[in-house]
Design a protein around this ligand. Sequence first.
Ligand code: AMP
Length: 181
Amino acid sequence: VTATFTGDAGPEVASAIAGGLRDVPDFPTPGIVFKDIAPLLASAAFGTAVRSLAEHAGNVDLVAGVEARGFLLAGAVATALGCGVVPVRKAGKLPPPTIARSYALEYGQASIEVPVHVVEGKRVFLVDDVLATGGTLRAAADLVVQAGGQVSALGVLLELGFLNGRSAVGDVAPLTVLLHV
Ligand code: AMP
């Protein structure tokens, strides 16, 4: 039996992403199946993922990524695009002035911040590894807008379709998902 993978960059890219994932049951809390992207990051599929996201960015000034796995993607995608990067950080890490937002996670609660001044007037491509409930991406997008920027595209390696995070970010900007799960 050949499994067929689907995603917005086609079945070959989707299959490359799928091949780099490791399912970890009951992490970090019981009932959650954690999608570990460490094998993907440690393989040539990382380049495939970065190039595929970059191809779907459109015209942007900055790539933003959410701490910490989003940083790895955002930096690499920004380099591929020849533009800059913005760290969206866990609360309390950035020096002031910042703006913050709290939101619900698939497994808990979190608060994130963006630096004020760097985002203003910029078109931002917001990337992360996993779209679960969409709370993280939504909060990050709202922060970019609050900081005077424009979210012009969203991109993730994979989307957990059963959590319908798409509905939380659907009205923000076009969303690229390399692998639908
Ligand atoms: P959410 O805000 O619910 O969309 O969660 C997305 C954030 O939490 C992303 O930054 C992911 O890295 C992480 N995350 C949530 N659920 C999972 C999961 N099942 N496997 C791996 N990472 C996850």
